[in-house]
Design a protein around this ligand. Structure first.
Ligand SMILES: NC(=O)C1=CN([C@@H]2O[C@H](COP(=O)(O)OP(=O)(O)OC[C@H]3O[C@@H](n4cnc5c(N)ncnc54)[C@H](O)[C@@H]3O)[C@@H](O)[C@H]2O)C=CC1
Ligand SMILES: O=C(O)[C@@H]1CCC=N1
Length: 267
């Protein structure tokens, strides 16, 4: 795991909780305080040397910011890696296409681009994978196996990954924002923060469970809550007046465009 930040830690933590052995994971982290934190929290080996971790690894996971990918690739290029041992590279980096890795790695290197999300920290991640040019079914199966230990896995063509990033990669932030706004609104109505937080969290959890399990679509489930002339209709009217639907269209298009831009500029 190259990059032990938020997403790197989420995957490491999820993998360990799902039964991966600490001896099978090595994290490369360049920020010393972070190195210390990860080693203490998870009892895994954390190093600041990419060469040290990559030697002997079957899978390299890249979890640095898009702007740091070229440095990582340069370090991998300098490392004296065992060329007989094929390594699967899994990039969790937003925006960066598989071709950027393929152009810098030895010819024929298998690269899988992944768009994960942070709920993998609690085993509820939604990971989406796209195969690079040299990926064979076995590589895809291995990537799937790793990611399925922390949530669901969906395979799409790489042309769809920027859109997927807008939906599920950034998606948790939209839900957290809605939760934050609802909690503040409940407090404005006079409820305690503790009570309103508990109610919002359970309402979100319960609604998500209904969406996942009831077999009904979101529009029908919403209609079932909306009594004629009732409270929900009054609330939805205000949300629509506030442009909530258009805001989501625009927000997801902005995220998709930003993902594409990160891939070309890297910053
Ligand atoms: N945070 C999220 O919800 C999601 C993030 N991603 C992607 O995951 C990647 C990482 O994001 P975060 O974890 O949020 O960022 P972060 O900034 O928390 O973590 C990146 C880590 O990489 C380390 N690092 C940078 N250069 C390094 C190098 N050369 N060698 C070793 N370590 C190095 C940094 O010290 C830092 O700890 C990004 O590319 C992002 O696009 C993808 C999906 C969701
Ligand atoms: O905000 C970002 O760029 C990353 C990618 C998806 C979620 N977080």
């Amino acid at each position: 795991m190259i990059g032990g930040g938020r997403i790197g830690e989420a995957l490491v933590s999820g993998l360990l909780q799902s039964g991966f052995a600490t001896k099978d994971l090595v994290v490369v982290e360049k920020f010393p305080a972070r190195t210390e934190e990860l080693a203490t929290e998870y009892s895994i080996r954390v190093t600041d040397s990419i060469a040290d971790a990559a030697e002997g690894a079957d899978v390299l996971v890249i979890a640095v910011k898009p702007g740091d990918v070229d440095v990582v690739l340069a370090d991998l290029g300098k490392a004296d890696l065992d060329s007989d041992r094929e390594k699967l590279l899994m990039s969790l980096v937003a925006g960066v296409p598989t071709s950027r890795y393929e152009n810098k790695l030895p010819a024929g290197s298998p690269v899988v681009r992944v768009m994960p999300n942070t709920p993998m920290l609690v085993g509820e991640g939604a990971s989406v994978i796209a195969a690079g040019r040299h990926v064979k079914p076995d590589h895809l199966a291995l990537a799937r196996e790793i990611l399925e230990s922390v949530g669901t896995v969906t395979v799409v063509p790489e042309s769809q990954i920027d859109a997927v990033t807008a939906v599920s990669g950034s998606g948790p932030a939209y839900f957290f924002l809605v939760a934050e706004a609802m909690i503040d609104a409940g407090v404005a109505l006079g409820l305690t923060r503790a009570t309103t937080t508990e109610l919002v969290v359970q309402t979100m959890t319960g609604s998500a469970a209904m969406l996942a399990r009831s077999g009904e679509n979101a529009a029908d489930l919403r209609a079932a809550v909306t009594s004629p002339g009732g409270t929900t209709a009054a609330a939805i009217r205000e949300l629509e007046r506030g442009g909530v639907r258009t805001a989501f269209y625009e927000a997801l298009a902005a995220a998709r465009d930003r993902s594409a831009a990160l891939g070309s500029s890297g910053d």
